[in-house]
Design a binder for this molecule. Structure first.
Ligand SMILES: Cc1cc2nc3c(=O)[nH]c(=O)nc-3n(C[C@H](O)[C@H](O)[C@H](O)COP(=O)(O)O)c2cc1C
Length: 178
């Protein structure tokens, strides 16, 4: 099984990356930092004669990596009670792939969320958005691990992780061994 960690934080050594590294400890995986790639906003071409596709940025290259993965770990800090713009723009572009018959099915999606202000309750919209998007694209949404942290080394220095972290990790390992 191939595992891909997609980091939606612009901090390349911050909490989201540290959470992904802890979550995937001992599991071989590739990492994509969305902030290191050019991603254009989606264009809704449904009412035009233009193809629902944009070949002028890194999206198709990222989706070639995405296509190889069975398990997708999405990580995002909470920004204004939602996901970061980096992750939102990437997910918006899934509409291009969907329109062009990209096969999302059979992929498992795990969500990692880090926020400073009660993210377990105040950032539930991120889980809803990802869960419903997965359902629409016929991917299996496996759940969310949410961690409260702010300073860039907070997650790296945590002595223990919340139960949602261990539960979600258990699901990943069970799927890996299935
Ligand atoms: C622009 C911006 C907006 C933020 N908005 C929120 C928010 O709405 N709720 C929250 O809990 N934390 C918010 N935070 C705090 C980050 O979620 C927190 O610092 C997180 O640990 C950053 O993760 P990172 O180190 O992976 O970037 C915000 C941070 C920034 C920079």
């Amino acid at each position: 099984m191939t595992v891909l960690f997609i980091n939606g934080s612009p901090r390349l050594h911050g909490n989201t990356v540290a959470l992904g590294e802890r979550f995937l400890q001992d599991i071989p995986h590739d990492t994509v930092n969305l902030a290191e790639h050019q991603l254009n906003f989606v264009h809704d071409q449904r009412d035009t004669n233009q193809p629902q596709q944009d070949l002028t940025d890194d999206y198709e290259q990222l989706m070639a990596t995405f296509a190889q993965a069975d398990d997708i770990v999405l990580g995002t800090p909470v920004y204004w009670y939602g996901m970061t713009g980096q992750l939102k723009v990437f997910m918006d572009r899934w509409f291009d792939s969907y329109t062009n018959d990209f096969d999302f099915s059979h992929k498992h999606v795990y969500l990692l969320v880090v926020g400073a202000d009660e993210p377990q309750t105040k950032a539930l919209g991120i889980t809803q958005a990802v869960q419903h998007s997965c359902e629409w694209l016929k991917m299996s949404f496996e759940g969310t691990a949410t961690v409260t942290a702010d300073g860039p080394d907070d997650v790296r220095n945590m002595s223990d992780m919340p139960s949602s972290f261990w539960q979600l990790g258990g699901r990943l390992r069970a799927n890996e061994n299935a």
